[in-house]
Design a protein around this ligand. Structure first.
Ligand code: ZN
Ligand code: ZN
Length: 588
């Protein structure tokens, strides 16, 4: 029976637009997705020189009979889509009626395939079938692509370096592995193993296989749903940060997608838990009724549009924020540094190469690792409860200040631990949460300025300010017009620190004007709280009395997130008694 049907012309044209083979990874993508369509559970990709010399994809899928094997290279042949309406509803990832034909037209391809009884080998070059013969009857399919762009040398020069080409395929396969943990995927380049997942179906194990223990041991599980969406997956503790967004993986109905609203919600949930410009590692599955997903977005692209996106981003935001809140503890001073290793993709690629090399040499050790791995999810769920308890206990901890170091850090203790705090970061956190709380207070308390002062602006800034000033008035700022392009502030909310009123108000006015075209009130209030709390907090190189330190520690312990200043810098570190004893060799 023929699994491949010939697609209608209109459909082919719709697809053709997106079908451009520009890098080796595009070929890898097409062949691997084909394998998934063929229900493969094990897919091996091997490259020579990053794929420039050879790309080979071997799967254990259902294979093809002779008729389909030949027809697979015909233009507009597809086994997946029959009419345009099916576009988004297709269960399979397939969308590549033209892909095999396109690949075969610019390269030399050997296809070997079998449904288990007889095997077929098709040899095709530049779109021309050279030979169809019998081959081994191993169930599954293998494609070998060589001589890429042999007949279009101009396009050869668009290929990047071996490392870049290889890295593109690696990134694609890593994302795919995270969206399909039940498929065993491997990638080698010049026989070096770059990626190997076991197909265990366990997402955390797959995260481990891709990112290593350092990341997988610091992932927190999330799970939530509302009327329209169901989300589950893992988010990293803020100690695992990356310099780019590439490690925020969102998977909608089994497909890796990229959506700015979703990414923003994830980032916002980490607000004040991390530095700006750093991004967490997350892998989140989103399940949604397919009718809520926009069908007009080209399915080969990663972008996606969704109705009810606000309800989804709210759900994500709340779930991630709550999970962080429930699970974070004071970072351990001795181990935090190595955890904070931040690498870009290229460095990851390089170190993976080295690491995998070493792994091969130490195969026995490797098996040990795999064994340990099976225990990870258990440990995680067990320790989660334990951590929750600790977190709650921690809120009632009484830290005893011992003294100040360099007039910048506070040393403190309790029965089990020694702590070091950054006095500015700690105080800033206290003030930040205090100010955010005031924003929600029903009753606004106001103080009049003893000496009201005018602020002069240029005409454009003045117009912008007048348009947005109601946000400040709601908070208790008394603002009046005062001649041309000038305002005067006569009163302000009581939480502005005495002696810093004028400085703070000037900065707040600057902030109101500097916000982009679209004025987002919540974002503005958050930036304002950060700015004002920084200004009003004790600085480094300032003396603190014993009473001041006691009050600061008590206040910090009452915070929702006592671990970071509002910009994501750490505020408190701990040394356990055990670690101190180890350092001084009291215990071994
Ligand atoms: Zn600050
Ligand atoms: Zn700060």
């Amino acid at each position: 029976m023929s699994k491949i049907r010939v697609m209608n012309e209109n459909m082919a044209n719709m697809i053709a637009a997106g079908e451009v083979i520009e890098k080796c990874a595009s070929i890898v993508k097409e062949l691997v997705e084909n394998a998934i369509d063929a229900k493969a559970t094990n897919i091996k990709v091997s490259l020579v020189n990053g794929g420039i010399a050879e790309i080979k994809v071997v799967d254990n899928g259902q294979g093809m009979d002779k008729e389909d094997a030949v027809l697979a290279f015909a233009r507009h042949a597809t086994s997946k889509i029959y009419k345009a309406d099916d576009l988004f509803f297709i269960e399979t990832l397939g969308f590549r009626g033209e892909a095999l034909a396109s690949i075969a037209s610019v390269a030399e391809v050997i296809l070997e395939t079998s449904e288990g009884e007889v095997g077929t080998r098709v040899h095709i070059k530049g779109g021309e079938i050279l030979e169809v013969t019998a081959s081994e009857a191993r169930k599954g399919t293998s494609f070998t692509v060589t001589n890429l762009f042999f007949n279009t040398p101009a396009r050869l020069k668009y290929l990047k370096s071996e490392v870049t080409e290889c890295n593109n395929s690696l990134q694609f396969l890593e994302r795919l592995a995270l969206s399909r943990p039940e498929i065993a995927l491997s990638l080698t380049n010049n026989d070096k193993v770059l990626l190997k997942t076991s197909g265990s179906g366990n997402l955390l194990k797959t995260i481990h296989e891709i990112y290593g223990l350092n990341v997988s041991a610091n992932m927190l599980p999330i799970k939530a749903f509302d009327d329209d969406f169901e989300i589950n997956g893992f988010i990293a503790k803020p100690s695992i940060l990356k310099k780019n967004r590439n490690h925020m993986h969102t998977i909608v109905n089994g497909r890796i997608v990229r959506n700015n609203d979703i990414n923003r919600a994830i980032n916002d949930a980490y607000n004040t838990y991390k530095h700006e410009g750093f991004y967490p590692v997350v892998v989140i599955n989103i399940n949604v009724d397919p009718t809520l997903v926009d069908v007009n977005i080209h399915p080969t692209k990663q972008d996606i549009k969704m109705s009810k996106i606000d309800s989804l981003t709210n759900l994500l935001y709340r779930t991630i924020k709550d999970t962080l809140y429930d699970n974070l503890l004071i970072p351990n001073a001795l181990y935090e540094e190595e955890k904070n290793e931040i690498k870009n993709d290229f460095e990851i690629y390089q170190s993976e190469c080295i690491k995998k090399d070493e792994d091969e040499k130490a195969n026995t050790q490797n098996e040990q690792m795999v064994l340990d791995l099976d225990r990870i999810p258990v440990q995680l769920s067990e320790s989660k409860n334990e951590e929750n308890v600790k977190n709650e206990e921690f809120k009632h901890l009484k830290l005893n200040p011992i003294g100040q170091v360099h007039r910048t850090y506070i040393i403190a203790e309790d029965a089990g631990n020694m702590y070091i705090l950054d006095q500015h970061a700690a105080h800033e956190r206290v003030n930040y949460e205090m100010i955010k709380q005031k924003f929600h207070d029903a009753e606004v308390k106001v103080t009049n300025m003893l000496v009201p002062f005018p602020i002069e602006m240029n005409a454009a800034d003045y117009l912008t300010f007048m348009e947005r000033k109601s946000t400040l008035e709601e908070l208790g700022f008394g603002i009046e017009e005062f001649g041309i392009n000038t305002i005067v502030v006569k009163s302000h909310p009581t939480w502005l620190k005495e002696g810093y009123e004028e400085e703070s108000i000037r900065s707040i006015v600057d902030l109101v004007i500097s916000k982009e075209q679209k004025f987002d009130k919540d974002k503005f209030l958050d930036s304002m709280a950060k700015m004002v709390s920084c200004k009003m907090s004790v600085k480094a190189n300032e003396d603190l009395s014993q009473t001041e330190m006691e009050k600061l520690l008590d206040d910090l312990m009452k915070c929702d997130n006592p671990y970071n200043c509002c910009h994501g810098r750490p505020s408190i570190m701990k040394y356990s008694t055990y670690e101190l004893e180890k350092m001084f060799r009291r215990v071994m």
